[in-house]
Design a protein around this ligand. Structure first.
Ligand SMILES: N[C@@H](CCC(=O)N[C@@H](CS)C(=O)NCC(=O)O)C(=O)O
Length: 237
C-alpha cells in the first residue's frame, strides 16, 4: 500500500496572533524551546592595538560570552591557511559566530548589534533609526578610518597625498563635531554600540596625530566614552 505523506501543517494553523495565549503546537513549541537552549558560540580573532579594538569594545559593551584568539600580525599569523579560510582578506578583527566567519569591523558591529544589542538597548530595532546606526558605522570605516590609514601610509612617501588625507580627517572631524554639538551620543540621548565602534577609531586617531582637542564636542564625547569600563577592557593587550 503506498505510504501517503503527512499533510503539512502551516504556522498559521497552530498560532493565532489574535490569541497569543493559545499554546503553540508541539512542533513550534519544540523549535522555540530548542532555540532558547541553543548555546551560541562567538570566537573573536584579534590583535592588540589594531582595528580589532573596535570589535572588542562592542563585545565588552554587550557583555556576551566570547572566546579570544590572538593573531600575531608581526609574525604574520594572518597569512596562515587556517586563518585565511576564515578571512581571505587576512585581517583582524574576524568573528566566528556559530561556525560562520564574518570580517570587516563595521559589518561585525552591525551584526552584533542586531543580534544582541536590541534587547540591551544598545542598538536600534529595525527601522529608520537602524538605518542611521548603519550609516555611522559605515561612515566610520569608509570615510574616517580610510582617511586616517591613507595619511599613515602616505606621510613619509607622498607629501601631497598625506596633505590631502590630513585635510580630509579635519573635514570629517568637523562633521562629527557639528553632529555632537546637538546630542550627547551619536544616535541621540542614549549611548549605543555606534559610539563604541566610532570611539575606537577616534581614540586611535588621537594616537597617530589627530587629537580630538580642537573639536570641543568630539573631545567631550570621547572623554565620556573613555571613562567606560568596556573601553579599558578593550584596550588591554
Ligand atoms: N577594514 C578592515 C580593516 C582591518 C585591518 O586593517 N586590520 C589590520 C590591523 S589594524 C590587519 O589585520 N592587518 C594585517 C595585514 O594587513 O596583514 C576592518 O575594519 O575590519
Amino acid at each position: 500500500m503506498p505510504v501517503r505523506a503527512a499533510p503539512r501543517k502551516s504556522f498559521r494553523r497552530v498560532w493565532d496572533p489574535h490569541k497569543p495565549d493559545k499554546p503553540l503546537s508541539f512542533t513550534w513549541a519544540k523549535v522555540f524551546e530548542t532555540k532558547g537552549k541553543h548555546k551560541m558560540s562567538l570566537t573573536f580573532y584579534y590583535a592588540p592595538y589594531s582595528t580589532a579594538v573596535a570589535t572588542h569594545w562592542v563585545l565588552e559593551e554587550l557583555a556576551v560570552p566570547y572566546e579570544k584568539v590572538r593573531i600575531d600580525i608581526a609574525k604574520r599569523d594572518q597569512d596562515k591557511p587556517d586563518f585565511r579560510v576564515l578571512n581571505p582578506n587576512g585581517k583582524v578583527p574576524t568573528l566566528v559566530h556559530d561556525g560562520v566567519a564574518i570580517f570587516e569591523s563595521a559589518a561585525i558591529a552591525a551584526h552584533l548589534g542586531e543580534t544582541y544589542g536590541v534587547a540591551k538597548r544598545l542598538y536600534p530595532e529595525p527601522g529608520p533609526r537602524r538605518g542611521k546606526a548603519l550609516q555611522w558605522l559605515v561612515w566610520t570605516n569608509v570615510s574616517l578610518a580610510h582617511a586616517i590609514a591613507m595619511h599613515q601610509h602616505a606621510k613619509d612617501k607622498h607629501e601631497g597625498l598625506a596633505a590631502l588625507a590630513n585635510e580630509e580627517v579635519g573635514r570629517l572631524f568637523a562633521i562629527l563635531d557639528a553632529h555632537l554639538a546637538t546630542k550627547p551620543w551619536m544616535l541621540g540621548e542614549q549611548f549605543s554600540l555606534v559610539d563604541a565602534h566610532l570611539g575606537a577609531f577616534v581614540s586611535y586617531a588621537g594616537m597617530v596625530g589627530f587629537p580630538a582637542t580642537p573639536y570641543e564636542h568630539v573631545a567631550e564625547w570621547l572623554g565620556r566614552l573613555t571613562s567606560r569600563p568596556a573601553f579599558a577592557e578593550s584596550h588591554k593587550p
